[in-house]
Design a protein. Structure first.
Length: 271
């Protein structure tokens, strides 16, 4: 095992003294490769804390540019970067926090054509996207590609968080995928986007930070995984609910008679 430099020992001292992490756990973080989908409200705190934690390689994919309306919740970006590609802004901020991190920016939209090739290079995927099409695409690709997925979602004063690793069979334990909870995207227009319905900026900060914690737990192998549970936050009531979720035997993706064996339906949906 490569020895830590003096600077690394100083930077990560508060992790290393944690019995659950220690030097071995910090080395796992430094060796890890994590892809973050979206550099917006969820991606901002998620990327900041992953960089600070010492995740060695961070990929970030987003095809958008920083807009003034983003800054109410997307704390990764600054006013002087309005008009700059979000992935470029993200890379600059990550490097400012931790110059050791390798950042791989993808200024493109995640699609059925590129997703499998991109996620193949990473150990774990964290989804901070803001639309159902991308959430379902990422879920299906992660299952088919054997990647653990940490998923977050926001609307108004509420947030949701879950870990999906239906591809992992832990003895007799089986875990659900995203489709076990939500079999299909809702009809267009049924659920408003954040732009239509609004979102409290600090809710994005809370859920995105929790995503970072779950990423770290999965990499180091500590604590209880969120796989098999859905955390629901209501900021107005200051409550969190943790709901148990079982795999759906009839799930089209991970069920016994699964019909989704590739990403062709996502191509058809786009058409």
């Amino acid at each position: 095992m490569t020895e830590f430099t003096d600077a690394q020992l100083h930077r990560y001292a508060r992790h290393i003294v944690l019995q659950e992490i220690g030097g071995e756990g910090q080395r796992k973080l430094l060796d890890a490769r994590v892809l973050v989908v979206g550099a917006g409200g969820l991606g901002s705190p998620l990327l900041l804390y992953l960089a600070a934690a010492g995740i060695g390689t961070i990929g970030v994919i987003d095809d958008d540019a920083v807009d003034l309306s983003n800054l109410q919740r997307q704390v990764l970006h600054t006013t002087d970067r309005v008009g700059v590609a979000k992935v470029e802004s993200a890379a600059a901020q990550i490097k400012a926090i931790n110059p050791e991190i390798m950042v791989i920016p993808y200024r493109e939209r995640l699609t059925a054509a590129n997703v499998m090739g991109i996620i193949a290079d990473y150990d774990l995927v964290a989804d901070g996207s803001d639309n159902f099409a991308t959430r379902f695409l990422v879920n299906d690709a992660c299952y088919l590609g054997g990647k653990t997925l940490i998923s977050g979602a926001l609307l108004r004063f509420e947030g949701q968080l879950a870990t999906f690793k239906a591809h992992v069979h832990d003895g007799e334990t089986r875990y659900p995928c995203y489709r076990c909870i939500f079999p299909e995207p809702p009809p267009r227009g049924l659920i408003p986007s954040c732009g239509e319905g609004g979102v409290l900026g600090s809710v994005a900060g809370t859920i995105g930070t929790m995503q970072a914690t779950e990423v770290i737990k999965e990499i180091v192998g500590v604590g209880q995984s969120l796989a098999g549970s859905l955390v629901i936050m209501d900021a107005l009531d200051a409550t969190f609910r943790k709901v148990k979720v079982k795999p759906d035997p009839a799930c089209d993706l991970c069920g016994a008679q699964a019909t989704i064996r590739d990403l062709s339906r996502h191509v058809a949906a786009k058409d």
